[in-house]
Design a binder for this molecule. Structure first.
Ligand code: NAP
Length: 485
């Protein structure tokens, strides 16, 4: 049975007509949810509700905010199987990954519940006599949160968690592909005790209401995760608005995974399988360029293609499925276009390269490996966002590092080697926000900063204690108090 969703404004569903059908990517005969298509008036009402709630919420007690986040985390953990299955039905992620993501979202809320209790600020003498200085942090204001469909629980958790912890109000515009996960996420926080108006949900297409959110004078900041193209539009709108908005953007990646001659072959192959193909490759941190030196190239390709042949592609809810479908028909068409471009430009398909048929109609695509890919080919330069990786040959470590850094992106970078010297050199010289040694490019912790460089990111880092850089604003206070006596 499909869910009937609504915007949630000022603490209550609005009852807007649900006209957008969300199909299960594993079985497009199933409508998972019906969602409304927001009009500008809905966005304006959500901003108004958040603006009205801000004076009270920004002064609320630490324990009130802490307890709400903890209660929401507890409900997510308890309903992990049910919410994980919803995520699988809506986005196509296999159910083990769906459950893992819900758990991660709960852990993230718990982290921020604890982090906000850490005493912060600085106090000390001024350079002027009889004057003291305090540096403190205050809530930023009303924040627009815009998220993609590929992590529909954990990305909202790592944006909305710190926003609420630091006393901000939120207008949340999730991807139009995953409204049901967003709706559950917001309802859980409201049930946990969040006052009306503090967190508002506006469903529907970003193109229709995004500009209103990014340009409104009551919005103090926008935190966005999505594609580089959408990011550029959002940045322009935020810069042209008055007042200009604080902006945080996490965008695409074309992440390199280097395998040197001295690598542990089995570990490197497992890293490539997990980094390139799990979550159907639909991760900004996916390992999509496998840069391999000549002494290990043949064995690496042979072992990787053998491992790929054993991967089970199928319905996301079947427990033995390892690779679920792509999230939508549009995503499948994009991937097919890139595979065709790879073939046309002269790379060879060593595995996959075709759709997979399953008993239910879904967007299934075989994990695909290109070999003999040149660095300048489209498949080596552009983010594909599907289960497709290409092997690029490098002469030696220095050449591999050069190839790894020759990209407009800079999110995550990995190396497989037994050489401490190369590992240390790589950590210092990889042009990426995150560097992995003997680990795939994907898979990050929630208690440390997450983000990239170059076209991958803009603004302060997300997650960990660094999240406060975006979600709070610094105040410097001076007091003149002559010494008595
Ligand atoms: P997208 O098309 O850029 O959409 C992202 C969000 O922006 C969606 O909610 C979308 O709404 C909204 N949007 C679209 N046009 C807008 C506008 N003019 N103003 C305001 N909002 C607008 O990205 P996606 O396809 O959902 O996600 C895939 C991308 O996200 C990939 O490039 C991936 O690398 C990136 N990503 C990055 C990270 C990271 O941390 N670096 C993590 C995950 C994903 P609609 O859905 O209604 O279009």
């Amino acid at each position: 049975m499909s869910l009937a969703l609504s915007h949630i404004i000022d603490g209550a569903p609005t009852g807007a007509a649900a006209t957008i059908a969300g199909l299960n990517p594993s079985d497009t005969n199933e409508i998972v949810a019906m969602a409304p298509h927001a009009a500008v008036a809905d966005m304006l009402a959500a901003i108004e509700a958040a603006h009205a709630a801000f004076p009270s919420w920004s002064r609320s007690g630490l324990i009130e905010r802490h307890d709400i986040l903890r209660r929401a985390a507890a409900e997510m953990m308890e309903r992990r199987s049910e919410l994980g299955a919803l995520l699988s039905r809506e986005e196509g992620k296999i159910v083990a990954e769906g459950e893992g993501e819900v758990l991660r979202a709960a852990q993230t809320l718990e982290f921020f519940a604890g982090d906000m209790l850490r005493l912060g600020g600085e106090a000390g003498p001024s350079v002027r006599p009889n004057v003291s200085v305090q540096v403190t942090r205050e809530p930023l204001g009303v924040i627009g949160v815009i998220t993609p469909w590929n992590f529909p629980f954990s990305i909202p958790a790592w944006k909305i968690g710190p926003a609420l912890a630091w006393g901000n109000c939120v207008v949340f515009k999730p991807a139009s592909n995953t409204p049901a996960c967003a709706y559950e996420f917001v309802q859980i926080l409201l049930r946990a005790g969040l006052p009306p108006g503090v967190l508002n949900l506006v469903l529907g297409r970003g193109g229709a209401v995004g500009d209103t959110l990014c340009r409104h004078e009551a919005i103090a900041g926008v935190s966005f995760t999505g594609s580089v193209e959408t990011g550029a539009r959002i940045a322009a709108a935020c810069a042209q608005s008055s007042p200009q908005k604080r902006l945080q953007m996490e965008m695409g990646g074309k992440n390199p995974l280097i395998v040197l001659d001295d690598a542990d072959l089995d570990r490197a192959v497992e890293g490539a399988v997990s980094g390139s193909f799990y979550s159907t490759g639909q991760r900004c941190t996916a390992s999509s360029r496998l840069i391999v030196t000549p002494g290990i190239r043949k064995q690496f390709i042979a072992a990787l293609t053998e491992r790929m042949a054993a991967l089970k592609v199928g319905h996301a809810l079947e427990r033995d499925t390892q690779i679920g479908p792509l999230a939508s028909a549009e995503q499948l068409a994009l991937v097919e276009g890139y595979v065709q471009a790879g073939r046309d430009e002269g790379a060879k398909v060593a595995a996959g390269g075709e759709r997979v048929l399953r008993p239910t109609p879904g967007h299934y695509y075989a994990p695909t490996l290109f070999v003999d890919a040149a660095p300048e080919m489209t498949i080596s330069r552009e983010e594909i966002f599907g289960p497709v990786a290409c092997v690029i040959e490098a002469c030696d470590y220095e050449h591999a590092l050069h190839l790894a850094n020759t990209t407009s992106f800079g999110l995550s970078s990995a190396i497989y080697t037994r050489s401490l010297a190369h590992a240390e050199h790589f950590k210092r010289n990889a042009e990426a926000g995150m560097v992995m040694v003997n680990l795939p490019t994907s898979g990050a912790d929630y208690h440390v900063p997450f983000g990239g460089r170059k076209a991958s990111s803009f603004g302060p880092r997300e997650q960990g204690a660094t999240a406060r850089e975006f979600y709070s604003i610094v105040k410097t206070a001076y007091t003149h108090a002559p010494l008595v006596g």
